[in-house]
Design a protein around this ligand. Structure first.
Ligand code: GAR
Length: 196
């Protein structure tokens, strides 16, 4: 079986990255992880990726004069890895319209809410403040607008009495680790395509 070549972009801990790496270790998983890129050289997830024997690259966005210059370096690395799909996993930089358009249909993200609810940061605080009875996570295609692209898959978790942002985040994160590998597999198998 020829496997789809997937690069992962991170900015931090990388637990979703690790869920993808572990899923891709299965011989029947339809994708392989060809490299992990971070805009934060100290991101803990880079060490985790290296411990799994994966190629990594880090370029701090602040070391580039402009977003296009940063994205040119990112693009060069993706090309060097022979990347076919890009999975954002806690990558906390907004990508330009040029970049997201070039990768349209092959660039996905995981977000810790049931989009279109609670875009941006602090989604668990937002859900609790809204008195939500359930919450969750979304894998979606990336488009120029933040947390806006077409939804690929969602997982729902209950909000429990006494939940704090931390307890709720932990419940959602467990769901993220299940959902992301499933959604990526569906994408690379062609079971889901960018609409339109
Ligand atoms: C995850 O909860 C992910 O959904 C979220 O950041 C966390 C990264 O954790 N992403 C976003 O908020 C993107 N808008 P991880 O580094 O352990 O995967």
């Amino acid at each position: 079986m020829s496997k789809a070549r997937v690069a992962i972009l991170i900015s931090g801990r990388g637990s979703n990255m690790e869920a993808l790496i572990r899923a891709a270790q299965a011989s029947d998983y339809p994708a392989e992880i060809v490299g992990v890129f971070s805009n934060i050289p100290e991101a803990a997830g880079l060490e985790t990726a290296r411990a799994h024997g994966l190629a990594t690259a880090a370029r701090h966005h602040r070391d580039f004069p402009t977003k296009p210059a940063f994205e040119a370096a990112l693009e060069a690395q993706l090309t060097a890895w022979g990347t076919e799909y890009v999975a954002l996993a806690g990558f906390m930089r907004l990508l330009s319209a040029e970049f997201t358009t070039r990768w349209q249909g092959r660039l996905i993200n995981i977000h810790p809410s049931l989009l279109p609810l609670y875009r941006g940061l602090h989604t668990h605080e937002q859900a609790l403040a809204a008195g939500a009875r359930d919450h969750g996570c979304t894998v979606h295609f990336v488009t120029p607008g933040m947390d806006e692209g077409p939804v690929i898959a969602q997982a729902r978790v209950p909000v429990m009495p006494g939940d704090t942002p931390e307890t709720l985040a932990a419940r959602v994160l467990t769901a993220e680790h299940q959902l992301y590998p499933e959604a990526l597999a569906r994408l690379v198998r062609g079971e889901v395509v960018f609409p339109g």
